[in-house]
Design a protein around this ligand. Structure first.
Ligand SMILES: [Cu+2]
Length: 305
């Protein structure tokens, strides 16, 4: 409670404690009063029921008091929430790109990373972008949770106040591997951050093979392994050049996997359904994966003997 991990911890924890405090107070006191009345007005002690007519004073009290209480709780919550929607001008900007089932962070100059590294004590605005379905940008230690909705420009912002690694979790159930959609937020000193971001430019994107990079950047590897183990989709290992069984228009047939089959599988995955797998899971990547990238994917798949 009341850690310094972000500037929102105080407001959120305060609301949590106050509202939780009221809840516990009422639970305990109402239960006590109930037990007291059960004993006091037990039939043995009180054989004849007393009729009570209305009591204006009591009614005014039990209407006004709860209204004030509820308004007070709203105010405490509002006070903690409002600053989350007021990002300061001049905050550093990072784009968080969510897709099934992976986070990617894009810094200025198109530098990309899958760990969100940030300097301590500096306001940062995270623009939240989804490539497919609704995800949730949830950082429990920072007391932050924002929806990442495709087609909508949402954002989150905060000032990190403690060095260290913090968990980022996806809080919207976004499909089979939803629970693996995590990332690390690493808060470092300004100097370390400067070094890190400078080094980031030196690295070419992710891995050595451009085809594998395309697969990674589009999160294909979340459903397709390259080591032979079946995930949500068939493994890519040994796929190219093999003869496989697929269902086309409800009829099983054998096909040889070539460039054309790969392209059709990516642009129109439900045309041929691989045996033992289900249609409707992989979305069509028409207009998402360019022709040139299809070629890179093919070249890479050929290497996966
Ligand atoms: Cu998600």
């Amino acid at each position: 409670m009341f850690s310094n991990a972000s500037n929102f911890v105080h407001g959120v924890d305060k609301a949590f404690l106050i509202i939780g405090g009221f809840t516990v107070f009422f639970l305990v006191s109402f239960t006590a009063i109930m037990i007291f009345f059960i004993v006091k007005y037990n039939r043995k002690r009180n054989p004849k029921a007393t009729q009570v007519k209305d009591n204006t004073l009591l009614e005014v009290i039990w209407t006004t008091l709860p209204i004030l209480l509820v308004l007070f709780m709203f105010y405490i919550g509002w006070e903690g929430f409002l600053p989350m929607r007021q990002d300061p001008k001049g905050a550093m900007k990072v784009k968080a790109i969510a897709q099934m089932w992976k986070w990617n962070f894009e810094y200025e100059d198109n530098k990309q990373s899958d760990t969100l590294v940030l300097p301590i004590n500096k306001p940062v605005r995270i623009d939240l972008v989804s490539k497919d379905v609704i995800h949730g940008f949830f950082v429990p230690a920072f007391r932050i949770k924002e929806d990442v909705v495709p087609g909508k420009n949402n954002y989150s912002w905060f000032i990190p106040g403690e060095l260290g690694d913090f968990d980022l979790i996806c809080s919207a159930y976004c499909g089979v591997s939803h629970s693996y959609m995590t990332a690390v937020i690493r808060i470092v000193s300004q100097q370390k951050y400067d070094e890190w971001i400078a080094a980031l430019s030196a690295l070419p994107a992710a891995s050595s093979n451009p085809g594998f990079t395309v697969l990674q950047n589009n999160a294909c590897t979340g459903c397709h392994s390259i080591d032979g183990s079946p995930l949500v989709g068939p493994s890519f290992k040994g796929l190219f050049g093999s003869t496989i069984e697929v269902k086309t228009n409800g009829v099983m047939r054998k096909v040889k996997v070539d460039e054309e089959y790969i392209e059709t599988s990516i642009y129109d995955p439900d045309k041929d359904i691989a045996k033992d797998f289900t249609h409707g899971i992989m979305k069509p990547y028409k207009n998402i994966i360019k022709d040139n990238d299809i070629k890179l994917i093919n070249d890479y798949l050929k290497t996966l003997k």
